[in-house]
Design a protein around this ligand. Structure first.
Ligand code: AMP
Length: 202
């Protein structure tokens, strides 16, 4: 199955991508995670994309398209955070046909509340937030120290939301027209939302 997860920053699409990946045994390709790894490694690509990410802007397509060619799995996949504009949607369409586009919808009010609570594990990838908190503050269940994303600040999230509205939101009409669009509420508990999505796509 080929799935795309759309949604505002902090809507919970990364969390759902991980849950669906486990339930369906399908790999996730997250462009945000890919770029963060490159920044961490201080690679040439990392240096090129860092400034855009810090400002909450989209990384230009000249950097994203080669990664899509290189990393998009041939058979099944869950794309987390790609496409984020119409040019990316068209590039993806040339490579394969998507089964479902799942839009994890969340109000800006809840997103504001989630900003300061999100932590992620650099070792196992688990994401914690308002709904699921670690047993020991700052420590993942796997034992690693949790980190907060550098772009999870009020000012950068404000910018990321504006970018979403301008560049990514038009994808909703685009995929509705193709009749592969499903909207779900990202305000639900993460596990019941996971079950709802599985039911809808099965
Ligand atoms: P995310 O982890 O999906 O919230 O993405 C974090 C940041 O990575 C975004 O704010 C962008 O700067 C960059 N990014 C992730 N996915 C894309 C994409 N498909 N196109 C351009 N930039 C992206």
């Amino acid at each position: 199955m080929k799935l795309v997860l759309l949604g505002k920053p902090l809507s919970g699409k990364g969390t759902q991508a991980a849950l669906l990946s486990r339930a369906l045994d399908i790999p996730v390709l997250s462009f945000g995670a890919l770029f963060r790894r490159e920044v961490e490694k201080k690679s040439v690509l990392g240096k090129n994309v860092e400034e855009y990410m810090k400002k909450g802007k989209l990384v230009p397509n000249r950097f994203t398209f080669p990664l899509l060619q290189k990393y998009l799995p041939k058979k099944d996949f869950i794309l987390d955070g790609f496409p984020r504009n119409l040019a990316q949607a068209k590039a993806l369409e040339k490579m394969c046909s998507i089964d479902f586009v799942i839009d994890v919808h969340c109000s800006n009010r809840l997103i504001q509340k989630r900003i300061m609570a999100r932590r992620s594990c650099p070792k196992c990838g688990k994401i914690y937030g308002l709904d699921v908190q670690p047993l020991t503050k700052g420590i993942c269940a796997c034992g690693a120290r949790l980190i907060q994303r550098k772009d999870d600040t009020k000012a950068i999230v404000k910018k990321r939301l504006a970018v979403y509205t301008k560049q990514s939101a038009p994808l909703i009409a685009y995929y509705k027209h193709k009749k592969i669009y499903l909207q779900v509420s990202g305000e639900k508990n993460r596990y019941s939302l996971g079950k709802t999505i599985l039911k809808k796509i099965s």
